[in-house]
Design a protein around this ligand. Structure first.
Ligand SMILES: [Zn+2]
Length: 66
């Protein structure tokens, strides 16, 4: 199943979630509980790949990782 990365618009918390075939709308920010933060990264598949994308994100947009 694909992993998606989200950024909460309420608190800026970044997190990942796994989604199945349904586009389940019940995603919530684990930090503040805000509902349905926007999906910000295309699907990726492994923790290693996730870390790689995190590194890329840090280079592209360091302000997100204070
Ligand atoms: Zn939040």
């Amino acid at each position: 199943m694909p992993l998606y990365q989200y950024e909460c618009t309420a608190c800026g918390h970044l997190f990942e979630t796994i989604e199945g075939l349904r586009d389940d709308p019940c995603n919530r920010c684990p930090a503040c509980g805000a509902a349905r933060p926007p999906r910000i990264v295309a699907p990726f598949r492994t923790v290693g790949w996730s870390s790689f994308l995190d590194g890329m994100e840090k280079r592209v947009n360091p302000g997100k990782f204070k």
